[in-house]
Design a protein around this ligand. Structure first.
Ligand SMILES: Nc1ncnc2c1ncn2[C@@H]1O[C@H](COP(=O)(O)OP(=O)(O)OP(=O)(O)O)[C@@H](O)[C@H]1O
Ligand SMILES: [Mg+2]
Length: 103
């Protein structure tokens, strides 16, 4: 799970203008984490395929980070989604059971 988070946060550090916000909360036995930044946001042509392997945009690297993050989160019984904020930047949200393996 640390690897999943590192992939998302390292993207945010690449694209943020000045600020990255990391929210962590717990809701109905689900841990919710949201990472948002104040950059230009995820390009519209990349967004539908964001979690596919080798999909990358301008200044992207190998296009594997978010595919790996999704695989990790789903293996933990969680969900991951991404979009853009109302005013600016990317927003990546994940949620997973607070207790893994006893579902
Ligand atoms: N916070 C973000 N702001 C804007 N675009 C983003 C952000 N995070 C991801 N993206 C876009 O999504 C693409 C895919 O991201 P992903 O992490 O899967 O691959 P990568 O960063 O290009 O390479 P890798 O993570 O394998 O080094 C990026 O190339 C970029 O275009
Ligand atoms: Mg990446």
């Amino acid at each position: 799970m640390l690897q999943a988070l590192l992939n998302i946060v390292s993207n945010a550090t690449r694209y943020a203008s000045k600020q990255i916000r990391i929210y962590v909360g717990i809701n109905k036995e689900q841990i919710e984490i949201t990472i948002s930044d104040d950059g230009a946001g995820i390009p519209a042509d990349v967004l539908p395929y964001l979690f596919h392997r080798f999909v990358k945009g301008t200044d992207g690297d190998t296009g594997l980070g978010l595919a790996i993050s999704r695989a990790i989160v789903e293996r933990c019984g969680g969900l991951i989604s991404a979009g853009n904020g109302e005013r600016e930047g990317a927003v990546v949200s994940l949620s997973f059971p607070a207790v893994i393996g006893t579902q």
